[in-house]
Design a protein around this ligand. Structure first.
Ligand SMILES: [Zn+2]
Ligand SMILES: [Zn+2]
Ligand SMILES: [Zn+2]
Length: 755
């Protein structure tokens, strides 16, 4: 930088300031924004990325600097998220002009990585313009939009550290990349049809390239074919959602019997035809995260979401998805993760071709590699606002909380719906949804994600505090134990409660925490899942109440067969009913389970509310095996939708235990006298809510924290909102299910090591 010729004679009114911005400010066009802003405010100086954000030096008149600083916050690019702006006086260097400097790298990076972004309006317009160079080009992007986390291989976020490194820019792209006034200035994935990656369609031995590939895929989809489509963070399997035969074929080939499929529609108007879209749901649907939004279905699409009154809808977020619709693909497109059953989504090309060979009729494949698997996120607008049920694309790996901890902490989460958290300089980064670690590929993804995050943030493993679930047989526990560094075990349900408080930064707040889920390892080695705690993250949580204990016959398989779990609960009743006869008609498995209970062999004590939901579902007719976790509870919730509000059954608190016996006995009596299943299901939900109210009645002075997979139940949340209003706190940034466990673990660990 040249000095002004007479720096020592400059007007004394000029001052210099150093401004530092933290948050999501890299890879979102922030430096060119600062460049334009500084020029507009007649300031000299420079801007550069550093490990923790964006570093700015400005020189000029004090009032100009002041308005410049205000404008940074007020006018920041839409994809940016400013967490903090700090500034201090600096020495005047007598600079002229404003420049963008290269990234500075001196120490461990702590900046937030930008999640992937949906294609922006400017790029969409350009893509539809026949005169534009990037007309119909599926890899169009700019600093406001496009891939980020899913193409990143290392920090800092520069092109050589992305999967675009194999495509040198042409002169046209290079010129835009270097022009601070262009919206592609330093857009790392910049590309055009002349220099960038391409798409092809493979069907049998036929290969089509370019836009013909997209048109051919759209045509196949219209004809009822199943097409594997490469997306941002993995492959999708697509088919016409209004073609029942295609949907059925997809289910059979994917070995996915009943779990709902998500639907992609071209726009909000099309979404409104399929679902009832509240304002909050629409905000979620159109947000930059573009999640799958669960909303009440308006029409039934055969086979898409069996036994479910909700439908998951999402808008297109990649240029290719827009091109597919424009080329005539069906406007109600099933877009489901490309995998078999509950394996993780396929994202690497050879792996996808192999694993999807028997499922997809054709492949629409882009050349740009995917650096890591990132699923679609799932969210719902509920009585407490937006709730994330699966946190992945668009959200990960954003910071979700600030914790009082200088030391790096790795929290490895739980084995179901796994996600991991890394805390660097007190910033808690939560990974994308990884999945169930019983699958080999998920376990690999789990290891890879940990390695990935640690290497991106230059974490030296021996410095780490590694936090894991207290379950001695979890895969995640075994992996944590094998890592170097100090270890800390955190009890599952306390982690659920702590996750809500970590999000809110309320680590010192005394609360009554309610953790209801399917299963988690308790202090006494039994299976917990219906727990009440008092205390705070800072001072720890004491268990003050729980569900009455039942004895689960057969261990893990009890979670797959509601009638098997039911045997453990129903045996405690004073009842002579034979549940294998009408109206219950339990299958033989129930009788065998009951024998185990009576002989006291292979029994596992549990306080799981998830299993109580299974028992209730079994009593009302769900007597088959579940094909995915939480299915029986979802079925029960769906069933209760047919009933108006009814009175709760008795669910008394006795010696610190909520006694399920009067509750189940009342349900059975109602069933025998022919009351409608819908009303009984509704009354069961009311009873769970009343049980919480009874316990909460003893702790009226403190907030009520609700977490655990059971609180994904929309009806239960409604009842909680009606009973407690703003006194009830739920998860907002991480899922209430086990996807949020890692954050709770990290918070409890952070206070454990805080000075
Ligand atoms: Zn754009
Ligand atoms: Zn180019
Ligand atoms: Zn849990």
């Amino acid at each position: 930088m040249a000095r002004a010729p007479h720096a020592d004679q400059e007007a004394p009114a000029l001052v210099a300031r150093r401004v530092h911005i933290q948050g999501i400010v890299q890879g979102v066009g922030f430096r060119p924004f600062v460049y334009r802003l500084a020029s507009a405010h007649h300031l000299a100086g420079w801007v550069r990325n550093d490990e923790s954000g964006v570093d700015i030096h400005v020189e000029g008149r004090p009032e100009c600097i002041e308005s410049f600083q205000a404008a940074i916050t007020a006018e920041a690019p839409s994809a940016a998220h400013i967490a903090r702006q700090t500034s201090c006086a600096a020495a005047l260097e007598g600079l002229t002009g404003f420049v963008i400097r290269d990234s500075e790298r001196r120490e461990r990076p702590t900046t937030a990585l930008s999640p992937d972004l949906p294609v922006c309006a400017a790029c969409l317009n350009e893509m539809q313009d026949p005169a534009a160079r990037r007309f119909r080009y599926p890899y169009i992007n700019c600093t406001e939009c496009g891939p980020r986390y899913s193409i990143l291989t290392a920090l800092p976020y520069d092109r050589p550290n992305t999967t675009m490194r194999g495509w040198p820019m042409c002169e046209y792209c290079q010129a835009q990349y270097e022009d601070p006034n262009d919206r592609r200035f330093h857009a790392q994935p910049i590309a055009c049809p002349h220099c960038g990656p391409r798409y092809s369609m493979r069907s049998g031995s036929a290969v089509t390239w370019g836009h013909d590939a997209v048109s051919a895929a759209a045509l196949l989809l219209r004809d009822g074919a199943i097409v594997a489509v490469k997306s941002l963070g993995g492959y999708h399997l697509a088919c016409d959602g209004r073609n029942a035969e295609s949907v059925q074929a997809l289910r059979e080939r994917k070995f996915r019997k009943e779990r709902p499929f998500a639907i992609m529609i071209p726009g909000v108007a099309a979404a409104r035809e399929l679902v009832v879209l509240s304002d909050e749901a629409e905000t979620l649907l159109t947000s930059a995260q573009r999640p799958i939004v669960l909303a009440p279905a308006r029409i039934a699409l055969p086979g898409v979401a069996p036994d479910n009154d909700e439908l998951g809808v999402m808008l297109p977020y990649t240029p290719l998805q827009h091109l597919l619709f424009a080329a005539g693909a069906p406007g109600t497109l099933v877009m489901t993760s490309a995998n078999r059953s509950s394996e993780p989504i396929a994202y690497a090309d050879p792996d996808a071709s192999e694993r999807l060979a028997g499922i997809a009729d054709a492949f629409l494949i882009g050349e740009r590699p995917i650096a890591r698997r990132v699923d679609d996120s799932v969210a719902r607008a509920g009585p407490f606002g937006g709730m994330i049920l699966r946190r992945a694309r668009g959200y990960a790996p954003d910071v979700v909380a600030t914790l009082p901890c200088k030391r790096p902490v790795l929290a490895v989460g739980a084995d179901l719906k796994n996600a991991v958290a890394l805390v660097i300089d007190g910033q808690a980064f939560v990974s994308q949804h990884i999945g169930d670690l019983e699958h080999y590929q998920s376990l690999e993804a789990f290891r890879q994600t940990i390695e990935d995050l640690c290497s991106m943030y230059d974490v030296v493993p021996v410095e780490l505090l590694v936090v894991h679930d207290a379950h001695p047989e979890y895969q995640s526990t075994a992996h944590a134990s094998a890592l170097p560094g100090e270890k800390l075990a955190v009890q599952h349900h306390r982690a659920h409660v702590a996750s809500v408080l970590a999000e809110r930064g309320a680590l010192d707040t005394d609360v009554l925490g309610v953790a209801f889920d399917g299963t988690g390892y308790g202090d006494d080695g039994t299976i917990w899942g219906g727990e009440f705690f008092t205390g705070s993250v800072r001072c720890g949580f004491q268990r003050v109440a729980s569900l009455r204990e039942a004895l689960l016959p057969g261990g893990d398989s009890a979670a797959r067969f509601p009638v098997q779990a039911a045997a453990g609960f129903l045996d405690q009743l004073n009842s002579s009913v034979d549940f294998t006869t009408p109206p219950f008609c339990f299958p033989q498995r129930y009788r065998k389970a009951l024998q185990l209970v009576r002989k006291r062999v292979r029994l596992f004590p549990t306080t799981s509310v998830g299993r109580l939901f299974d028992t209730a579902a079994a009593l009302l007719g769900f007597t088959r095996a579940v094909t995915f976790e939480g299915q029986a509870a979802m079925w029960l919730e769906h069933l209760s939708g047919g009933s108006a509000q009814v009175a709760a059954y008795p669910f008394p608190l006795r010696d610190g235990r909520l006694d399920f016996r009067p509750l189940l006995e009342s349900m059975i009596a109602d069933r025998l006298r022919g009351r409608s299943e819908a009303e009984i299901a509704r009354a069961f939900h009311e009873s769970i809510a009343s049980g919480i109210s009874i316990v909460a009645g003893g702790f009226t002075q403190v907030p009520l924290v609700l977490s655990g997979g059971v609180f994904q139940n929309a009806l239960l949340l409604e009842l909680m909102q009606a009973a407690f209003g703003a006194r009830a706190w739920t998860n907002e940034k991480v899922p209430p299910n086990d996807g949020g466990i890692c954050l709770g673990q990290a918070a409890l660990a952070a206070v454990a090591v805080a000075p």
